[in-house]
Design a protein around this ligand. Structure first.
Ligand code: FE2
Length: 331
């Protein structure tokens, strides 16, 4: 993959998996020591369609050894793809994040001891990004890997081991339930306030946005807001026919716990039936068995197809700065 003064080769990644002859994740490394950010941007622009095709096929691409050091460099790398930005302030994400540039923000401000369980980004809302870019500005002292799991492979395993559960998910979809605080709660992985989540200054504005999105809601005496989504699909069929477990079931069931939220209440089938704890635990075990832990090095970029791969965050020690940038769906 030469061109624009850049030599890019495939990188063998320890522990990478292979499905249908495609490594997961695909590793690409840049060899030119004097390569500039401009060289990289030109290389991306020229290879864009091929890179996007490969990110969908493999699920994720790790770019290592490219000359990127800052949030601005990362912004320029993402901008070179020429894809529509998915701004955090317009998302219904429940994570607290801080913008660093217009398209780049901190991945999640939750404390180091909080595990973020596997999920497809914002699959618990009707509005989600198609692709995610992550950038390692500073790796943690220990831990802090980004677990990645191929959701198409997972769904095939679920259908084999829990056929009734797989059918229920396909037939009924899922509904999610969460309580948003009245003020940002930085101790929680889901501590974004309702005002920020819904871009609302008043309760009336919040209710208008929820109604437009098909949510139901309840105001709690302490000013928090309980919101329930409309029925959302739990399984998605990709254009190439692969079926993926596109939802936040694992994260909601295992991880939506803070002073306001109880994971057992967080999610039901679309018909209101509770999920079997045993089944969900088995699904989480299957996902864990399929997980590849991305070990961050300074300057790494990962491009993740949000329809193919789930991600999360391992606990860590020290300071970890992983930035993110999201791409809107093309349609
Ligand atoms: Fe996420």
């Amino acid at each position: 993959m030469d061109g624009e003064g850049l030599t890019v080769r495939t990188l063998a990644i320890a522990g990478a998996q292979t499905y249908d002859g495609a490594e997961f994740p695909l590793g690409l490394t840049c060899h030119a020591r004097d390569a500039t950010l401009e060289d990289v941007a030109a290389w991306v622009r020229k290879r864009r369609d091929d890179l996007l095709r490969r990110s969908s096929l493999h699920g994720a691409i790790l770019f290592r050894g490219f000359p990127l050091a800052t949030a601005d460099d990362f912004d320029a790398f993402v901008a070179a793809f020429g894809l529509p930005n998915f701004p955090y302030d317009q998302s219904l994400s429940n994570a607290v994040r801080v913008n660093r540039t217009e398209r780049v923000f901190t991945a999640n401000e939750a404390p180091p001891e909080v595990t973020i369980f596997l999920h497809h980004e914002m699959a618990q809302t009707p509005v989600y990004p198609s692709r995610l870019f992550f950038f390692c500005e500073q790796p943690a002292e220990a831990g802090g890997a980004t677990p990645l799991c191929r959701s198409d492979v997972l769904f095939t395993r679920i259908a084999g081991q829990l056929p009734q559960f797989a059918r229920d998910c396909q037939r009924h979809g899922l509904k999610y339930n969460n309580v948003m605080p009245a003020e940002a709660d930085l101790t929680s992985g889901m501590g974004r306030s309702w005002q920020s989540t819904l871009r609302a200054a008043t309760r009336e504005q919040a209710e208008q946005r929820l109604a437009a999105l098909g949510y139901s809601w309840q105001w709690l005496p302490d000013g928090c807001l309980r919101a329930t989504t409309p029925v959302l699909p739990a399984v998605r069929t990709l254009p190439d026919g692969r079926q993926v477990f596109f939802n936040q079931l694992i994260a909601a069931f295992q991880g939506w716990r803070d002073s306001r939220n109880d994971p057992a209440q967080a999610i039901t089938l679309g018909n209101g039936q509770p999920l079997s704890r045993e089944d969900v635990n088995l699904v989480a075990d299957l996902a864990e068995q399929l997980t590849f832990d991305l070990p961050w090095q300074r300057g790494d970029v990962a491009l993740v197809d949000n329809f193919v791969v789930m991600h999360g965050r391992r606990t860590f020690r020290g300071v970890r700065k992983v930035l993110a940038s999201l791409i809107a769906c093309d349609a």
